[in-house]
Design a protein around this ligand. Structure first.
Ligand code: SF4
Ligand code: SF4
Length: 334
């Protein structure tokens, strides 16, 4: 038996009221293949029995799913720790009250891709900054401790410090940081958001430095494609797609060769326990004799696949930064 995953992400719906240009799952319309309420309850029972640390509900926009409150109520009843990632634009006083009544310690992530309307709305659409900030303020006012979800791209990386200061000014103490990877709608918008390897090196280095400067004031949850730690895909992480297919990381949602199984056919636990990440992600050739292999593992497998063509390629910016300095670490990242 393998160790259970730490976090299982689940696309509860592909419906979304926004059309963000980086959206990895091209959300917009609800999919006819989405799991039903009872299928999701079965999945939650299975994950609870397996011992996952948290069930991360993503979308699309989870608040558009009509059974969201029933499902949160169920998760609370079986004592399953839940996180929910929302674009924040649909959060009203009424929504906050319902969430507080049902799941008062719900971990809520709200996406913001810039510290000002111009930078954020370039990715997420006109008016989305004001609405998301309003949603965050409603949440903090009612006692939630939301996390701002920030995806680093070509247009926003220089504003990362402003992003932190904006978050602090609206009562947010936690930021999750991820890196743009061209998948889904991100493929057609790649020119606008992606960078050369050299620019990514500069951007990642800058973001790391800023996080170091603020590590006593903020908690950072940082994707390994920025920290340079070994990729968690299929090791401590898995994603369940809206259609029930399980993939090691959501960035492989369109690549059938990475499908691990479907929860409609067998329980997640069975799929997880028969999966061997080493089979899917062999160590890249140049890493085999590298002194940093254990600490690094070759970088982000999704970056390797979607930027360089296959998972046995190196994530070049991460490799370069690791070889430059092997001592990047934050006190308080999750
Ligand atoms: S530093 Fe480079 S060569 Fe070494 S393990 Fe990491 S990615 Fe591979
Ligand atoms: S493939 Fe990349 S984004 Fe996915 S878990 Fe690994 S490091 Fe993170």
């Amino acid at each position: 038996m393998r160790n259970p995953p730490k976090i299982v992400e689940f696309e509860i719906t592909l419906a979304c009221n926004l059309r963000c240009i980086h959206c990895y799952c091209e959300a917009g319309q609800r999919s006819p293949f989405e799991l039903s309420t009872s299928e999701i309850k079965n999945l939650m029972d299975d994950l609870k029995a397996l011992g996952v640390w948290a069930f991360d509900i993503v979308g699309g926009e989870p608040l558009l799913r009509s059974d969201i409150y029933e499902l949160l109520e169920y998760a609370k009843r079986i004592d399953l720790r839940v996180m929910i990632n929302t674009n924040g634009t649909l959060i009203s006083e009424d929504v906050v009250k319902k969430l507080r009544d049902i799941y008062p310690d719900l971990m809520i992530g709200i996406s913001l891709d810039g510290p000002d309307p111009e930078t954020n709305d370039f990715v997420r659409g006109k008016g989305s900054f004001e609405k998301a900030v309003r949603g965050i303020k409603l949440l903090t006012k009612s006692g939630f401790d939301p996390v701002v979800l920030n995806v680093i791209n070509k247009r926003n990386w220089r504003k990362f410090e402003d992003m932190i200061n904006l978050a602090r000014s609206i009562g947010v103490k936690k930021i999750y940081v991820d890196r743009f990877i061209p998948v889904g709608r991100g493929v057609v918008n790649r020119e606008k958001l992606d960078m050369s390897d050299l620019d990514w090196i500069e951007a990642i280095r800058h973001v790391r430095e800023v996080m170091k400067n603020y590590e006593n004031d903020m908690t950072f949850y940082v994707e390994e494609n920025i920290t340079g730690d070994p990729c968690s895909a299929g090791v401590t992480h898995a994603s369940v797609l809206a259609s029930g297919w399980v993939v090691p990381c959501g960035h492989f949602r369109y690549n059938r060769e990475f499908y691990m199984g479907n929860v409609r056919e067998k329980p997640f636990s069975e799929i997880w326990n028969s999966f061997d990440p080493a089979e899917y992600f062999p160590t890249p050739g140049p890493c085999k004799s590298c002194e940093f292999l254990k600490a690094c593992g070759g970088g982000c497998k999704a970056v390797a696949y979607h930027r360089y063509g296959n998972v046995e390629k190196l994530d070049i910016p991460i490799c370069y930064l690791r070889k430059q300095s092997n001592d990047f670490h934050l006190k308080n990242w999750g």
